[in-house]
Structure formats: structure tokens, C-alpha cells
Design a protein around this ligand. Structure first.
Ligand SMILES: Nc1ncnc2c1ncn2[C@@H]1O[C@H](COP(=O)(O)OP(=O)(O)OP(=O)(O)O)[C@@H](O)[C@H]1O
Ligand SMILES: [Mg+2]
Length: 342
């Protein structure tokens, strides 16, 4: 089966001045060679510490940033080689939901105007039906009756309602993929679950494939079919969510899981956590060999000199660790940690 969206050797850099750098230019390699595949209807979580390049990958996937190297394929076709119409179709098929719903809505546009724009550009419905379609979309994302919200401006909505409008805007053009970049982290804790449920319902009902970027491993576990773990511009582990949580095959994943907050505060206090030591190195000056080796408790000499190539793993995933085969010895599966403390 051809993946719906596929990334091969993706590199994206920023000029140190701020712009996106050209091939061969100097700057920060924020994404240093990423391979990913997303199948139709699948939910893929993308995790990793701040600054590892998640947003940069997301923006390249939806065409907001131009890769400096590598390929993005949509339905098997290199998006760089698409003609004008096919390019428009790709941009329509892959929609993004951003972290901050306030920043991503125009304060001078009503909900109707916000939704009518993509509907018009992509000719989703005839002009005469724009209003009805916009109301239907608002209903679909839980703002009902939709018609009652059409003439309101962003400041007249709560944060959660604004994110619902952003989601309505994304699904307005009948996409096949949603790339959601920490879509609930700017929201009140009390409404995060509602928005997550909405994402789940939409993926299920509309058959949407989703790339879900999050720091919250509890969300990863409940929402995603597969998880990809990024470190300093590269995917270090990828695999079926259950398999990765049961036995992480990269020390970085193991450390992330061990350091992840346990929802129950009593458990969390009793849990002897081994948080990740040290800071994330700068992507402008990444360590040689395995980029994680300076912080890795299991690093050996080879880790400082040779970059590990991702290798298929028994659980059906990939790990870029020289010692992935030793994972059963060093990984503390999340389940076992929870068992020990409960
Ligand atoms: N416009 C920019 N100009 C220069 N460097 C940038 C720019 N945007 C991001 N970077 C750098 O690129 C790297 C990756 O950033 P990115 O925003 O993709 O990370 P992230 O994983 O999304 O982090 P977070 O979890 O904090 O959102 C970081 O080192 C960041 O400082
Ligand atoms: Mg980000």
C-alpha cells in the first residue's frame, strides 16, 4: 500500500538570521534527515523535547516551509514535481491546526468569513451555499447551532471555541490529512479533553489521517496508532504505540517515558523518576556520532563516533540506537514503572 503522505530524507534549515536557508547555506539544520510514512486513516504522534524540529517538520509537510533536501510524497507523488492544479490539491488535502488558536484566526474576520474563504478558494460548495455550509461545519465541531455563531468575531469566543473554529476551517476543504501541532497545549486544562475527543471523532468519522504533535505521552497513548520520537532533527525511534510503550527501543524514548508526568499526583510523588539529565544540544552544533550520546546512560565508545542508522525492531518499529537489541535490559517499560508504584 502506498502511504498517503511520505517523507524521505527531509532536511529543513533556518538561516541564523531567521529566514529559511537555501541549499548549502549556513545556518541551523532544524530537521536533519527525517523519514516518515503516514497511511490513510492512521494517527501518528510526533513527540520529542522542545526545539527538536517537530513544528518544522509539520510546516514542511503542509507546504509552509520549503525543504532544503529530501522529498515529500503525497499519494506517491513528489510534491515538488506537481503541476499547479495537483499542487493545489495537495495543499487542500493536507491541512494544519496550530497551537495557538488566537494567533491563527484573523481578529477582523467573523467565523463565517473565516470558513467561507477556504470554501471559496477550493470551490467546495456553490456561492449560494457558503452560509449553510459554514453553519454545518460549526455544528460538526460542536458549536451548535452553527448559524448562531456565524457572525461572531474571534474575541467573542473562548480559547476552546476558537480552536474548534480552526478545526472547522481545516476540515472545511475535505482534507485527507490533518497535521495538528500541539493543538491543545495553549488551552485550559479543563477543555483539553473535549478538543482531543473532537479530534478522535473527526479522524474516525471522516477517515482522516492525523499527525499529532504533542508533549503529552498520555495523549499519545490514548490517541495514536503509531508514534515517532524526534531528537535533534532526526527520528530516533518509530513504531506501533503499544509496542513502543511496552518496550522502548531507544534510550531517549525510555527516558522520555520514565520522565513523563504520571496523571495521579500521589503516584507521581512515589515514583522514583530518573529525569533526563543535561540540556538539549544546539542543532547549530550537534554532537558527533549519535546526537543523544552525551546524555545517554548507556553510551559506549562507538556512540561518540558513529551515527546509528535506524534498524527494524521486533515490535514492528525502527530504532536508531547501536544497542537497541539490549533494550530489554535497560528500558524500564512505562507499564512496569506504573505497576511498581501502584
Ligand atoms: N524561524 C526560525 N529561525 C531560526 N531558527 C528557528 C526558527 N524556527 C525554529 N528554529 C529553530 O529550529 C529548531 C527546531 O524548532 P521547532 O520549532 O521545529 O521545534 P519544536 O520541536 O517544534 O519545538 P517546540 O516543542 O518548542 O514547539 C530549534 O532549534 C529552533 O530554535
Ligand atoms: Mg513546535
Amino acid at each position: 500500500m502506498t502511504p498517503l503522505l511520505q517523507v524521505e530524507g527531509l532536511e529543513v534549515g533556518y538561516e541564523t538570521g531567521g529566514g529559511v536557508f537555501r541549499r548549502g547555506g549556513a545556518g541551523v539544520r532544524a530537521v536533519a534527515g527525517v523519514d516518515l510514512a503516514l497511511n490513510a486513516g492512521e494517527v501518528l504522534a510526533l513527540v520529542g523535547e522542545s526545539g527538536c524540529g517537530k513544528t518544522t517538520v509539520a510546516r514542511a509537510l503542509v507546504g509552509l516551509l520549503r525543504p532544503s533536501a529530501g522529498r515529500i510524497r503525497f499519494a506517491g507523488r513528489d510534491v515538488e514535481a506537481l503541476g499547479r492544479d495537483d499542487r493545489l490539491a495537495w495543499r487542500r488535502a493536507v491541512q494544519m491546526v496550530f497551537q495557538d488558536p488566537f494567533d491563527s484566526l484573523n481578529p477582523r474576520k467573523t467565523a463565517l468569513a473565516t470558513l467561507a474563504q477556504p470554501l471559496r478558494i477550493h470551490r467546495i460548495v456553490p456561492r449560494a451555499e457558503l452560509r449553510r455550509e459554514a453553519a454545518r461545519l460549526l455544528d460538526r465541531v460542536g458549536l451548535s447551532p452553527g448559524a448562531a455563531y456565524l457572525n461572531r468575531y474571534p474575541h467573542q469566543f473562548s480559547g476552546g471555541q476558537r480552536q474548534r473554529i480552526c478545526i472547522a476551517r481545516a476540515i472545511a476543504v475535505r482534507p485527507q490529512v490533518i497535521v495538528a501541532d500541539e493543538p491543545v497545549s495553549a488551552l485550559d486544562v479543563s477543555i483539553r479533553a473535549q478538543i482531543l475527543t473532537l479530534f478522535q471523532e473527526l479522524s474516525r468519522d471522516l477517515g482522516l489521517a492525523t499527525i499529532f504533535i504533542t508533549h503529552d505521552l498520555t495523549v499519545v497513548r490514548s490517541l495514536s496508532d503509531r508514534v515517532a520520537v524526534m531528537y535533534l532533527g532526526r527520528i530516533v525511534e518509530e513504531g506501533p504505540t503499544d509496542a513502543v510503550f511496552a518496550l522502548p527501543r531507544h534510550p531517549y524514548t525510555a527516558a522520555l517515558l520514565a520522565a513523563s508526568p504520571i496523571p495521579d499526583p500521589v503516584l507521581a510523588r512515589r515514583l522514583l523518576r530518573r529525569p533526563l539529565g543535561g540540556d538539549v544540544p544546539s542543532p547549530a552544533d550537534p554532537p558527533g556520532g549519535c546526537a543523544f550520546h552525551p546524555r545517554c546512560a548507556h553510551a559506549a565508545a562507538i556512540c561518540g563516533t558513529q551515527r546509528p542508522v535506524p534498524q527494524p525492531q521486533p515490535g514492528g518499529g525502527m530504532s536508531a540506537c547501536h544497542f537497541a537489541a539490549d533494550a530489554p535490559q535497560w528500558a524500564r517499560p512505562h507499564d512496569r514503572i506504573l505497576e511498581e508504584v501502584s
